[in-house]
Design a protein around this ligand. Structure first.
Ligand code: CP
Ligand code: NVA
Length: 305
């Protein structure tokens, strides 16, 4: 039976830990330039309703390194739900390809693709979730901190798709998640309630930014206005300003904290240049690890591993 990766809880704890191991194995092979054609001859349809640098390039290069092919299908080609229904797009792509990765607006679009395609579907970001990002980020934390538990992670800013996926991960791996989020921009209430009910992690929304970064091992931020919310940018800037990741703010975190951003960054807004380019920043390691974790996900779903 085919499996999808639409949300982090689609994998259990052991599977997630195995993905970190596989990603590190594949990363080592890339560094040694060792061939690893685990998906030889396979094709991944990559549907994009929104722009992308990291997701598009890492999936396309990842498929190439695995001996397969990634096929970019932008809004002009597919016209998802306009030129053709999502269900029909899914059924047709499943006749040509071995997997689908989709970056979409409404989360229902990626769940519909998963429902109607009898090949694995991977969520490459929806308005609700960004699961590949957060698995790659935890791999980066593991590399820098040597562990994925007993860590205080402070997420600063908007309760968006990235925040929701952090909460999902906290329902499976034990962390202390301090969400520094201004009133009115909370994460999805069902995701939060469900994660809290699992009792795996201590998850708290904190309105005071200084308190939210207190004793953090990891300080994480994302844009204040996500793709599709551009018209709210100016209004959000005023409300989010106190949550900006600056030298002054991270003085409250642990002295050896790492600073993370899923990118693209709006330097001078949610993160200062000083911090983004400074000694705490691991943002480009994070970007690189998208490649390695997604290759592990592709192999798990498409390679009968
Ligand atoms: N972080 C991330 O998903 O980047 P892109 O939007 O460039 O793909
Ligand atoms: N929250 C951001 C993430 C970009 C990778 C967005 O959805 O635009």
């Amino acid at each position: 039976m085919k499996r999808d990766f639409v949300a982090i809880p689609d994998f259990d704890r052991d599977e997630i830990i195995n993905l970190f191991d596989l990603a590190q194995e594949l990363k080592a092979k890339v560094k040694k330039r060792e061939e690893h054609h685990l998906l030889k001859g396979q094709a991944l349809a990559m549907i994009f309703q929104k722009p992308s640098n990291r997701t598009r390039v890492s999936f396309e290069v990842g498929m190439y390194q695995l001996g397969g092919h990634g096929l970019y299908l932008g809004p002009a080609e597919i016209g998802l739900g306009k030129r053709e229904s999502t269900a029909d797009v899914a059924r047709v792509l499943a006749r040509y390809c071995d997997g689908i990765m989709a970056r979409v607006f409404g989360h229902d679009i990626v769940t519909d693709l998963a429902k109607y395609a009898d090949i694995p579907v991977i969520n490459g970001l929806s308005d609700l979730l960004h699961p590949c990002q957060i698995l790659g980020d935890m791999l980066t934390i593991l590399e820098h901190k040597g562990r994925y538990s007993e860590l205080t992670i402070s997420y600063m800013g908007d309760g968006n798709n990235v925040a929701n996926s952090w909460i999902n991960l906290a329902s499976i791996l034990p962390v202390k998640l301090q969400l520094g989020i201004p009133q009115g921009f909370d994460p999805d209430e069902h995701i939060l309630k469900s994660a809290k009910s699992k009792g795996m992690s201590d998850i708290e929304i904190i309105r005071d930014p200084v308190q939210a970064v207190q004793s953090a091992d990891v300080v994480y931020t994302d844009v204040w206005a996500s793709m599709g919310q551009e018209e709210e940018s100016e209004k959000r800037k005023t409300l989010f300003r106190p949550f900006a990741v600056s030298g002054e703010l991270i003085a409250n975190a642990k002295s050896d904290c790492i600073v993370m951003h899923c990118l693209p960054a709006h330097r001078g807004d949610e993160i200062t240049d000083e911090i983004m380019d400074g000694k705490h920043s691991v943002v480009f390691d994070q970007a690189e690890n998208r490649l390695h974790i997604q290759k592990a996900i592709l192999v798990k779903l498409m390679g009968n591993q």
